[in-house]
Design a protein around this ligand. Structure first.
Ligand code: AMP
Ligand code: GLY
Length: 415
């Protein structure tokens, strides 16, 4: 099996590592890839992952059997449609189905239409109606841009003038949703689908806020743990029965299921699990922690997704736990400098510690950063205490100017 991964983040570095451990693999390509993915496969830095025709041509040139799409942008751009038309197996939905993530209006309509548990919401396209609404309802509001916004399209606020400024900016060129504010704790649930049947990976949680104690602005995610200690067998059963099973049934009924990842963002509230959102790909940084706990051959698992044979598939999971810490550039999630020189990195130790790189490049022998979230340091162990110690010891060995990380990843679940 020859695989092409689309993306250049730490999630795609983790996917490249995991694919490289498969006995099925006889070729691995990553487009565009980063300095880390180059040690597991061939980077295709010139290939634009958003250009469906170019991706199809690359698949023909390199005789690629399967394309694994890492992030949402190529899916929204219709890259899966181009690959399906060309007869290349692809993990990820076509453009229409990708609206489950790329349009919050589309996905909320899907949830409401199918009676799935989610926050009550109102949709707006009109400034005046929006203003009337937010000044007439009490309490905390969640304002969401409908389209993709790289983690920056959601505001939670009590302040009506802040809500107004945020909403009016969105209404210039998109629809918006105002949602009921839900309280509880969040988990990320990853469902691997073959278009009909599915397997569910262990519960994972990411830490979205920039600062310790879940304070500060939202980010793409500053760390992750897997599994989530608060999710005991009883709660997990409810999550499966009330969110996963009805979601897959509704996707099948509406003709929206696909070969790929159904990522369900779940808020565990005092009245039970509620669906916050869907994504149509793996999470970042959740994947960096999660993949270390899959003992099954990853190539076999992905092949079963592509072949539509997941109903016969037996997933083998590790009994270990994993904790990942994101090492970020100074200023992130605001403006941050690029091309910072990375002086040193800790080595990976199989089964104990992995360092995954995001958007890094090698220029004249120097390793340079290019993004905001630059690395994910993942500790793996029999206990969270040891996994955390390994992750933080590794993060401290990542040396570049201004490198920083959240100090409390995992803590709210562990104390
Ligand atoms: P979304 O992109 O819809 O997942 O929203 C991003 C983040 O905003 C979520 O991960 C939650 O932390 C928060 N959020 C979204 N919707 C709600 C809600 N209805 N109530 C409380 N928090 C929310
Ligand atoms: N960590 C959340 C996401 O990937 O959307």
């Amino acid at each position: 099996m020859k695989v092409l991964i689309l993306g250049n983040g730490a999630r795609e570095h983790a996917l490249a590592w995991k694919f490289s451990t498969s006995r099925r693999l006889c070729g691995l390509f990553v487009a565009p890839g980063n300095a880390g993915t180059a040690s597991f496969g061939t980077n295709l830095p010139q290939l634009d992952p958003l250009d469906g025709a170019a991706v199809v041509t690359a698949c023909q040139t390199y005789e690629i059997d399967l394309v694994f799409v890492g992030s949402e942008a190529p899916l929204e751009a219709g890259v899966a449609d181009a690959l399906q038309s060309a007869g290349v197996a692809v993990i990820g939905p076509n453009r229409h189905k990708a609206q489950l993530e790329s349009s919050k209006v589309f996905s909320k309509d899907f949830m409401i239409r199918n009676g799935l548990p989610t926050a009550a919401a109102q949709e707006f396209t009109d400034e005046e109606k929006y203003l009337d609404y937010i000044t007439s309802v009490p309490g905390r509001l969640v304002i969401k841009k409908s389209g993709l916004a790289a983690g920056k399209g959601v505001l939670e606020t009590d302040d009506r003038s802040e809500a107004l400024d945020f909403g009016l900016e969105i209404l210039k060129n998109d629809k918006l949703l105002v949602e009921e504010f839900l309280t509880g704790f969040e988990i990320s649930v990853f469902v691997l689908s073959d278009g009909r049947d599915y397997v569910v990976l262990p519960p994972t949680a990411d830490f979205k806020k920039a600062q310790e104690g879940d304070r500060g602005p939202n980010t793409g995610g500053m760390g992750a743990i897997c599994p989530v200690p608060l999710v005991d067998a009883l709660l997990w059963k409810r999550v499966l029965a009330e969110t996963v099973e009805p979601t897959v049934a509704a996707l099948n009924k509406d003709g929206l299921n696909y070969k790929g990842i159904i990522f369900i963002g779940v808020m565990v509230t005092s009245t039970g699990p509620k669906i916050l959102e869907y994504n149509v790909r793996f999470g970042d940084p959740e994947t960096q922690a999660l993949l270390a706990l899959i003992d099954s051959d990853f190539g076999d698992l992905v092949q079963a997704m592509a072949d539509g044979t997941l109903s016969e598939y037996r997933l083998v999971l590790s009994t270990k736990v994993a904790l990942g810490v994101v090492v970020a550039a100074p200023g992130y999630p605001g403006d941050y400098p690029k091309n910072l020189v990375v002086e040193s990195l800790p080595p990976s130790r199989e089964g104990q510690f992995h360092l995954f790189q995001a958007s890094t490049t090698l220029v004249d022998g120097a390793l340079l950063t290019a993004g905001g979230r630059c690395f994910t340091a993942v500790g793996i162990a029999d206990s969270f205490e040891e996994a955390k110690r390994r992750a933080y010891a590794g993060a401290a060995q990542v040396k570049f100017p201004g490198a920083w990380w959240r100090k409390d990843i995992g803590d709210k679940f562990l104390h």
